[in-house]
Design a binder for this molecule. Structure first.
Ligand code: COA
Length: 409
């Protein structure tokens, strides 16, 4: 197995060095994706209990692949110097904390740029680096930012708002971190001048939840929470068939005609109420309730497989709602090798998603499992120019901790 100093060269991010200090999902998953696309990723964990993600059983094995772990107290005076040494030749530094925790403790962007002028710095927080102080300094997880952003209030039933699971606010943030850091890196490579990015999770969710908000902002229109149906169109939602659930997304003129024919309302097509060429069957349309009722009745007489095949043949987007058991037996997933197995650091086989997306010329790779806590501290410090004596001294002072690898790598 490759160790900290012998990472293989692969992927579109070959040669890009990323250092991050964060826990859980939002920021670390961004680092995971970059690592899977070939970046060299160093994961800074605190010197007390490490990343709380280590409490999970399996997901940590997925979300910390291809990384190296150092335990470092970045907020001690000497620890800060170590951080500067780690980022001096890095391209991207990502941290996640409650507001401007780094700047408040003296690790400002300007100081980081003194050590590396072209560094792309990404600050991930619930509510940003500035704003109303009492808000900015709050702890935040997916659910609380979904609640604050207006995303959560749009999902669920009229009686019960519900968050979009699992952890949409975190994973959407990860993608925003990946995109924004690579955008800034593109510029920094050209100009030699770094960037600082303020990724506020509530703003990520505000942006991805803005579809219906646009109607509200501009015309004061609000749609009720629609549960398993769409806010304003017929034929969109999770419907019940004889033997299970199907997701249907009805849109387009030929599709509407085909569905009306199937549910016994074909005579409505081409009338004043539903003129030929109608692309959207709006819920405030004259026959909307009837269409929904007839569609629900029709679907209850059919199996999921029958509906999926028939609707797909009519170019209506329809898919059985697959359970995990169905997915692992689904031939399309197998044909695309969407699941792979790799060995954990303890030598156990673990199964999980492959690397996505699939790059044709420079594919990603899993070159290393999740490291154990602080397993690479010595390797990383040695590579950063520290002598054995200096490393021992940092360990004795508790500035860093050197964990043990459960196996020889
Ligand atoms: N060295 C020294 N101190 C460190 C450290 C390190 N490497 N890593 C963390 N710490 C400090 C933190 O600054 C914090 O100090 P504080 O409580 O005085 O502010 C303390 O250790 C606890 O760390 P933190 O990561 O903030 O844990 P937490 O349990 O208090 O909060 C979060 C965890 C995730 C709620 C918080 O970090 C947060 O809101 N992050 C931004 C949003 C986010 O990423 N949410 C999670 C999405 S999955």
């Amino acid at each position: 197995m490759a160790n900290a100093t012998t990472m293989p060269a692969f992927g579109n991010l070959q040669g890009v060095k990323v250092v991050y200090s964060a826990m859980e999902i939002a920021a670390p998953v961004a680092a995971e994706l970059l690592a899977e696309w070939g970046a060299d990723v160093t994961w800074i964990e605190n010197t007390f209990y490490g990343d709380s993600m280590r409490d999970t059983t399996y997901v940590k094995e997925l979300e910390r692949r291809n990384q190296r772990s150092i335990q470092l107290n970045v907020f001690s005076e000497e620890g800060r110097e170590v951080l500067f040494n780690l980022v001096k030749d890095a391209d991207i530094f990502i941290e996640s904390s409650k507001g401007p925790a780094y700047a408040k403790r003296g690790i400002t962007d300007e100081l980081l740029w003194e050590h590396n002028p072209s560094l792309v710095i990404v600050h991930v927080s619930g509510f940003g680096q500035y704003g109303v102080e009492s808000r900015v300094n709050r702890a935040a997880y997916d659910l609380t930012v979904q609640a604050y952003s207006g995303y959560l209030s749009q999902n669920g039933t009229p009686e019960q708002p519900m968050a979009a699971a699992p952890y949409l606010g975190d994973y959407a943030t990860s993608l925003m971190v990946v995109g924004s850091s690579l955008a800034a890196l593109n510029k920094a490579k050209e100009t030699g001048v770094g960037e600082s990015i303020d990724v506020a999770m509530h703003e990520v969710m505000l942006r991805i939840g803005a579809y219906y908000m646009m109607d509200f902002l501009n015309e004061g229109i609000k749609y009720p929470r629609a549960g398993a149906r769409h806010q304003n169109l017929c034929g969109i939602g999770e419907y019940k068939c004889k033997d299970g659930f199907i997701g249907i997304c009805l849109y387009g003129a030929p599709q509407n005609k085909a569905i009306l024919e199937r549910i016994g309302l074909g005579h409505l097509w081409g009338t004043e109420e539903i003129p030929e060429g109608t692309t959207g069957l709006w819920l405030d349309g004259p026959k909307a309730q009837l269409i929904e009722q007839k569609l629900e009745e029709y679907l209850l007489t059919k199996t999921v497989a029958e509906v999926e095949e028939d609707f797909s043949n009519c170019k209506i987007a329809a898919n059985a709602v697959l359970e995990f058991e169905d997915i692992i037996n689904e031939p399309h997933y197998a044909a695309r090798e969407d699941f792979i197995e790799w060995e954990t650091i303890e030598g156990k086989t673990v199964k999980g998603p492959n690397i996505f997306p699939k790059f044709k010329k420079n594919p990603g790779q899993v070159w290393r499992p999740m490291p154990s806590l602080g397993m690479d501290t010595v390797d990383i410090l040695t590579k950063a120019g520290y002598s054995t004596e200096q490393i021992e001294e940092l360990c004795e002072k508790g500035i860093v901790k050197a964990g043990k690898s459960p196996v020889t790598v």
